[in-house]
Design a protein around this ligand. Structure first.
Ligand code: HEC
Length: 130
């Protein structure tokens, strides 16, 4: 008689392997593993000041008419930050007319200079968030 064990160790291991393959292939915005590109973060500071983020949030993200970006939960997650920049919300206008590179640069500035997150944002992350 063939010994088929459904639910045995091998079977469970196969399920786990299959599930992690699915998890890895799903679209994740912001792998949050690669370090921030310093050139991008610097360009982001220029954009932050030129297009008006700073007039509402302050040049250091300290908050003026808009909430402070220092310690913001929205900034801590790449996907929520990108969606906020692209779509705005509340009294904040959307900035979806910026290129993927420009949005990534602003996000990198806000994350690495205004806050202290080391993981960088790429233009590909922005493409996925749009
Ligand atoms: C006209 C003023 C204004 C401008 C310009 C502006 N924002 Fe905002 N922003 C706001 C307001 C108001 C909120 C809060 C909206 C709400 O959720 O009610 C906000 C919220 C945010 C948040 C979420 C903060 C939190 O913790 O909830 C982030 C992040 C953010 N803005 C980033 C940016 C960036 C980056 C730019 C430039 C690309 C920008 N903002 C431009 C007014 C502005």
């Amino acid at each position: 008689m063939t010994n088929i064990t459904v639910g045995g160790t091998a079977f469970r291991r196969a399920i786990i392997v299959a599930m992690s393959a699915i998890a890895m292939s799903s679209t994740t915005i912001g792998a949050e593993t690669a370090p921030t590109d310093p050139t991008s973060a610097e360009a982001g500071q220029q954009i932050f000041e030129t297009i008006g983020c700073s007039s509402c949030h302050g040049t250091k993200g300290e908050g003026i008419t808009a909430p402070k970006l220092v310690g913001s939960l929205t900034v801590s997650k790449v996907d929520t930050l990108l969606k906020r920049i692209l779509y705005g919300g509340g009294d904040m206008p959307p900035f979806n007319n910026l290129t993927d590179e420009q949005v990534a640069a602003v996000a990198n500035f806000v994350r690495s200079k205004i806050n202290n997150y080391s993981a960088g944002v790429t233009a590909e992350d922005v493409t996925k968030a749009r």
